[in-house]
Ligand binder design. Structure first.
Ligand SMILES: Nc1ncnc2c1ncn2[C@@H]1O[C@H](COP(=O)(O)OP(=O)(O)OP(=O)(O)O)[C@@H](O)[C@H]1O
Ligand SMILES: [Mg+2]
Length: 316
């Protein structure tokens, strides 16, 4: 295997998750540097294309959350620039990023998903918001969960216990995107299962259990130290943990993902695993789920990053 000595970590971006991405990117860059790899970091801006052609790295490690990092746009640009990169190709990113599309593809492979409807803001304006809100609440039943049909870090997401609350949750949701996904609220144990492929095919890492102190894994619960308790591995019975891993591998394959992914799911008390969404650029901060899973698997985070970048470089 040729040596890996020059990697460009892409982090930042213009999405609401900018800060999280910067911190994740720093962690990946520092980890690789500790292995004596020359690492540069860059944001997605007007200097990027020039840099990729004048000083091409062996591989790009995108640690960009939200658009344009996870929706396929940046990877499309990397493809046309001829620079290999870690992670899913643009078409797969688009499938994973659009939550209703991802749900349909994963459900078709036999994994349960929350019942739900995806509706654009215009539908509420054109059809009468009150009527439509009442219909949704009647069709799906309460409680509900509202979130943008794409994006991350729980921006614009809310739990809803009444039709009135649904209206205001939708208004908030539309601040983050044009289409809202209204789902039945799934109760149970929230877990995230990371999948990594360092050469032996996609492997599911131990599920990580998320227990937010207020019961809701919102932005503050995610990024404020001490607000959420994590169990890695999750406190799931053996067969249920295996089912969660299987669901993550199914999602990874159904969406055509590559190298790494993290699937968010809720395990109901019955043991039924319900898929919520899959992420192509999981958070890499100290409090992030992917690095916790790597550690729980007895693997070294820096070495996993190097192997992922190395495999990408070999594709170049
Ligand atoms: N149908 C649902 N029922 C109950 N809780 C839900 C449901 N959908 C989402 N959640 C909760 O909202 C959180 C955010 O949802 P989801 O993972 O789909 O979005 P996200 O904002 O893209 O997250 P990420 O930053 O993990 O990419 C989940 O971690 C979970 O706690
Ligand atoms: Mg999520």
């Amino acid at each position: 295997m040729a040596d890996l000595d020059r990697v460009l970590v892409l982090a930042g971006g213009l999405s609401p998750e900018h800060e999280v991405s910067v911190r994740s990117g720093r962690r990946v860059a520092e980890s690789l540097r500790r292995l004596d790899i020359e690492v540069q970091t860059a944001d997605v801006d007007s200097a990027l294309l020039g840099r990729l052609s004048s000083d091409p790295p062996q591989a790009v490690f995108p640690v960009l959350h939200g658009a344009p990092g996870e929706d396929g746009v940046v990877r499309e640009v990397l493809e046309v620039s001829g620079v290999p990169y870690v992670g899913a190709r643009p078409d797969a990113c688009r499938r994973a990023y659009a939550k209703p599309v991802a749900k349909a593809l994963v459900e078709a492979r036999g994994v349960a998903v929350p019942r739900g409807v995806a509706l654009p803001k215009a539908a509420f304006r054109d059809l009468g918001a009150r009527e439509l809100v009442d219909r949704i609440a009647a069709a799906l039943g309460l409680p509900l969960f509202v979130k943008p049909d794409q994006g991350g870090s729980a921006f614009g997401a809310a739990t809803v216990d009444s039709a009135d609350a649904l209206s205001s949750a939708l208004v908030n949701c539309f601040a983050y995107g044009d289409t809202a996904l209204v789902e039945e609220r799934i109760a149970g144990t929230e877990v995230a299962v990371s999948v990594v492929d360092t050469g032996d095919g996609p492997t599911a890492l131990p599920p990580v259990e998320i227990v937010p102190d207020g019961g809701v894994y919102d932005y503050a619960a995610r990024y404020t130290a001490g607000r959420t308790e994590f169990f890695a591995p999750a406190r799931l019975e053996g067969a249920v943990a295996e089912a969660a891993k299987e669901a993550a591998l199914t999602a990874h394959s159904a969406l055509g993902l590559r190298d790494l992914s993290r699937t968010d799911m809720i395990v109901e008390d019955s043991g039924r695993v319900v898929f919520l969404e899959a992420n192509v650029a999981p958070g890499m901060m100290e409090t992030s789920l992917f690095p916790m899973a790597v550690e729980a698997a007895g693997m070294d985070f820096a070495i996993v990053c190097r192997e992922l970048a190395h495999r990408a470089a070999l594709r170049g």
